[in-house]
Write a protein that binds this ligand. Structure first.
Ligand code: BES
Ligand code: ZN
Length: 632
């Protein structure tokens, strides 16, 4: 059998996945359910191809975790008591997902019961099959994690802001929960959970659950998540954490030295929560807190319910990067309340969340800022469309045989949001807001497929606005590559003068120092730099640097754009900053494009190798995996 290698860019993660090459796009009249060929058999749209679990027979409903966190061995150990429901009354085997877990025993009502751990699949881990006696409704799995667990990062004190205490955090999305808890690791299985977590007494544990800000810091912590959530939203962090309220329902956890700056930067979180709830329906998760992680956190943010995990690299001092908070908050509706049923449906989470992010930014910071962010988002989408194979440009993407992390390009995010924006523009904002509110209500606490979404859309918006919407075009958005012609276009007046300045400077009509940048904001700087020609002369790079001190810029996103230009133009004066940046930041979206650009030349590769070797002990396993190929 022949395999093709597909390499996909995802939020800065590039994973090379092994699998059958997906078919090219079908015409609109072909439903995806029936798309099948000899090499690519029919897909069952509601099947999760990334889990071995059998929820259609026995479905897990609740988890009770009793865990010890051992920083000296880098191991989490304890018991997971798993309650389940028999969907098929005679089913007798419960199948769970695991990855690199050691299973010590499985018991039911105090008695050992038989289990088998299958050989591991490289993407999916190993199925744990448990024979459950009749009438039994819960089993307890005693287990411990591997120090290399893909979903856990253990940090030494030196890798934290305070330098005194170690730190741990988990990152479960997409299929890493199974590396720290044996469970049915599929987004279509929703569980409530309770947990007791024991840590060194001086540290605080927090989870994606109820966190009592006033809890006594004694090394034993209790959590409860009463709403049913998919496994990828289970999260734990342990460290020297302090808490500061930002509003009635919002607050921030961070290492003490970061706390004030974080609370200031994100002080609009409460207002974001209030406006979102007003427009799109009630917030269903009680509190909304942020956890600021050390800089090795591999993502910008992660929407763990009640407690979003956030990179510190967005604390810019001027709120210029807080759309990240709007995004993670918006997931409380799209993602956490209504969840993608399989990783093929991820665009339902990320597309609607990205759409809501724009709406929140507009409500809090005004339309000018929203338009600037929309232009930047659209440019980034165009770049992805130019580089991705057609099959990976569909919203509903075929991921069979591939690592589900592959789905995370700008397609589910920005193309998904653009689709939502088009629906809004066609039916009008009020009607679309009403639709979204109804959608979140209708599917609350359910996990749905793309096809369920389309059926709901047909029954609601399409029926009510038959003259304004076209079912064929909706199929095109979801099942065809690229962006349909006539889609909404972004435009920002604030960028027009930036374009003029760049053009004049490139034409030699204006010196860099003559450009009036005094009132430029972060987005204007990003637009200025991101749209420079691929190649500039040393004199031009030097001129820009002398005029604007770009090598020293504090904002991590602007620094990223400048450093990328510096690599592409081999501008050596920026290289010591580049080294420092690569060693201190583990957020993949920021470092990966730099490694990728460096890897294009021999001398670049040598430089990258040196930085990577120094940085690797501090990188998250995902960041290591996504970048090691560039320095080989
Ligand atoms: N759910 C994602 C993070 C994620 C993506 C985890 C892929 C695992 C795999 C989160 O909500 C997200 O989208 N983060 C973005 C934020 C951005 C688009 C504002 C990030 O981390 O860059
Ligand atoms: Zn997201």
């Amino acid at each position: 059998m022949e395999f093709k290698i597909a390499s996909v860019v995802l939020l800065g993660l590039s994973l090379t996945a092994c699998g059958k090459a997906p078919e090219q796009s079908k015409t609109t009249e072909t439903q995806p359910q029936s798309a099948s060929t000899a090499s690519n058999p029919a897909m069952e749209v509601s099947k999760d191809y990334h889990s071995f679990a059998n929820p259609e027979q026995i479905k897990v409903t609740h988890l009770d975790l009793d865990l010890d966190v051992d920083f000296s061995q880098h191991i989490i150990s304890g018991d997971a008591t798993i309650q389940f429901q028999r969907i098929e009354p005679n089913a007798s085997t419960l199948i769970l997902d695991t990855r690199d877990l050691s299973i010590e025993r499985v018991t039911a009502m105090g008695q050992d019961i038989p289990f088998t751990l299958a050989d591991a699949d490289p993407h999916l881990g190993a199925a744990l099959s448990i024979e459950v006696p009749a009438k039994v409704e819960a089993v307890t799995v005693s287990y411990h994690t591997s120090p290399q667990a893909s979903g856990v990062q253990w940090l030494t004190p030196e890798q934290t802001a305070g330098k005194q205490q170690p730190f741990l955090f988990t990152q479960a999305q997409a299929i890493h929960a199974r590396s720290f808890i044996p469970l049915q690791d599929s987004p279509q299985v929703r569980v409530t959970y309770q947990a007791t977590v024991r840590t060194p007494a001086e540290l605080l544990a927090v989870m994606s659950a109820s966190n009592d800000p006033a809890t006594e810091r004694d090394g034993e912590y209790h959590f409860s998540m009463p709403q049913p959530i998919p496994s990828y939203l289970i999260a734990l962090a342990v460290g020297d954490l302090a808490f500061k309220p930002m509003g009635e329902r919002t607050g921030v956890y961070a290492e003490p030295s970061m706390l004030e700056a974080a609370a200031k930067e994100f002080e609009d979180t409460e207002a974001m929560l209030n406006v979102t709830e007003k427009k799109f329906g009630k917030y269903r998760w009680d509190r909304y807190d942020l956890l600021i992680l050390p800089p090795s956190f591999p993502f910008g943010g992660m929407e763990n319910p009640r407690l979003s995990f956030i990179t510190p690299t967005v604390i810019a001092g001027d709120k210029s990067l807080v759309s990240l908070i709007a995004h993670e908050l918006a997931h409380s509706w799209s993602g956490n309340t209504v969840t993608n049923a399989t990783w093929r449906d991820l665009w339902l989470n990320e597309g609607f969340t990205t759409y809501l992010t724009y709406r929140i930014m507009e409500m809090i910071y005004g339309p000018e800022r929203e338009q600037m962010e929309f232009v930047l988002g659209q440019q980034s989408l165009q770049a992805d469309i130019a580089s991705l194979p057609a099959a990976d440009q569909m919203l509903a993407i075929d991921l069979r045989g591939r690592d589900p992390d592959d789905v995370f390009s700008d397609i589910p995010y920005e193309k998904g949001a653009l689709f939502a924006r088009e629906l809004e523009q066609k039916v009008g904002r009020d009607a679309f807001d009403k639709f979204l509110m109804g959608y979140f209500e209708h599917f609350a606490f359910q996990s749905i497929t793309t096809d369920q979404f389309i059926a709901y859309l047909n029954d609601t918006l399409l029926k009510e606005h038959a003259e304004k919407l076209d079912a064929q075009r909706i199929q095109q958005w979801i099942f065809e590559p690229g962006v349909p012609e006539g889609a909404p276009m972004a435009h920002s007046d604030a960028f027009t003068k930036v374009d003029a300045a760049r053009d004049n400077w490139l034409a030699g009509e204006l010196k860099a120092e003559q450009i009036d940048t005094a009132n430029w904001n972060t987005h204007q700087w990003l637009h200025f730099l991101n749209n420079m020609p691929e190649s500039l002369s040393q004199a031009q790079m030097t001129e820009l640097d002398n005029a604007f001190a770009l090598t020293q810029v504090g904002n991590n996103e602007i620094a990223h754009s400048w450093l990328l230009m510096s690599v592409n133009n081999w501008y050596e004066p920026a290289f010591s900053r580049l080294h420092d940046y690569l060693v201190h930041i583990g957020r993949n979206k920021l470092v990966k494009p730099l490694y990728q650009a460096l890897s294009k030349t021999e001398k670049g590769k040598a430089f990258a190798k040196q930085a990577f070797t120094e940085a690797k002990p501090g990188y998250h396993p995902l960041t290591v995996k996504a970048n090691e190929g560039y320095v080989e």
